[in-house]
Write a protein that binds this ligand. Sequence first.
Ligand code: ATP
Ligand code: FE2
Length: 329
Amino acid sequence: MLSLGIESTAHTFGIGIVDDKGNVLANERYVYQPPLGYGIIPIDAANKLRENAESVLEKALDKAKIRINEIDVISFSRGPGLPPCLRVGKDFVNKILERLEKDVKIYGVNHCVAHVEIGILKTDLKDPVTLYVSGGNTQILAFVEKRYRCFGETLDIAIGNMLDSFAREANLQHPGGPKIEELAKKGSYIELPYVVKGMDFSFTGILTAAIRKLKEGIRLEDLCYSIQETCFAMLTEATERAVAHTGKEEVLLTGGVAANKRLQEMLRIMCEERGASFAVVPGEYAGDNGAMIAWLGILMSKSGYKTLKLEEIDILPKWRTEDFEVMWK
Ligand code: ATP
Ligand code: FE2
């Protein structure tokens, strides 16, 4: 069985092709770059994703060395995400269906659950607490009673968005996360607000304070260092409490921000102290990608989800992770 997955929740249009054993035959993508000085502009992003969709598909089929008619399952990101971008993915499924000479199963996939499941596939972990940190999401997820439940999340902006916004103010090139990580190596600590509320966290206060200090002339390296130390300690603290609460013995780190070595280090130390296993999802599968959507298509088709017509699968821009019932576990 071959599954083709389409990712288009924000700035990435990805197509992955995966078989039923979890071998990834292709994982191609186009990534939209916002104009200099801007964050992602949803309509602009959607137009660019649409323009590049066909060539991503061609590359994926070439890479996998298959023809489109060999596909048995097509899945796409149903949400959460930016509505215009989500529509690009669904419309593209329709374009593929028009040229297929056979019936295929179609699934609408929860983007956040896909991040966790590809992480489990690509690491040695089986039932982790997952910290999913990206430009649009910051969540602590764990599987409890048939669903991936959110044990902590940002109350305002995502950690990646916070890093990118600060970087923009400091005239650093987008994406800001890697630049901040570099500069932080030469910085020392200055105090910033530390905002954890219960299991949730907030980043806007830290962003405002850091921008104010930047304008007051505090060294950029010190601000980068302190932003990382503060935000990553908050995330590590809440993740540790989720581990304690659920009794799980594994921690998985995923999303674009998972590339950050300092965040990895803090989580690794926390896990070592608790005797828990820790793993980071490999880069190709940590950011948004089509392979994770294709893999969820395999899991769904193996576990008896109802197959629907494309018209019956609405996009769900605000889809909550726990609103999706997991039937394969
Ligand atoms: P999603 O749709 O899941 O929210 P996304 O659209 O933000 O994902 P990703 O590729 O998962 O896309 O993540 C991009 C984010 O990762 C950006 O905010 C970027 O600054 C951040 N990032 C990338 N590398 C690093 C790094 N080394 N340190 C910190 N942040 C990083
Ligand atoms: Fe994502």
